[in-house]
Design a protein around this ligand. Sequence first.
Ligand code: DQA
Length: 144
Amino acid sequence: NLIYVLNGPNLNLLGTREPEIYGTTTLDDIAGMLEDRARELGFEIEMRQTNHEGMLVDWLHEAQAEGARAVLLNAAAYTHTSIALLDAIKAIRTPVIEVHLSDPKTREPFRHLSYVGMAAAMTVEGHGADSYRIALEAVASGQV
Ligand code: DQA
């Protein structure tokens, strides 16, 4: 009952990065919160962050190879640019949930297009750190 939680560029700076948009919760805080909730729900979390696009592609392949139940993916800015991520999500059978802290659809127009969303099983956005928890609970409840 493994769930990969993959985080893209600049999310290592959560906590100090544009706190008026992303809040003051760090990625480590989110990891701790998710691990606790996952344990309650009978799941295990594999939490990662990278600033490199191809690393996210490799990790999506790995999630399938490891038999993960699902992937929670906050691809950050690559969400809006990466056909490679779109193709990777389509290339694996593991369901991917698109996650965002903010709601990109209410922000600059260049954030309105989501390549990740074109292939994701579900999108959870605009709930801050809670977006991750809501996505995890969607997997646990069998919604995804
Ligand atoms: C983000 C939204 C993206 O538009 C942005 O590039 C990020 C973070 C979010 O979680 O709100 O880096 O994915």
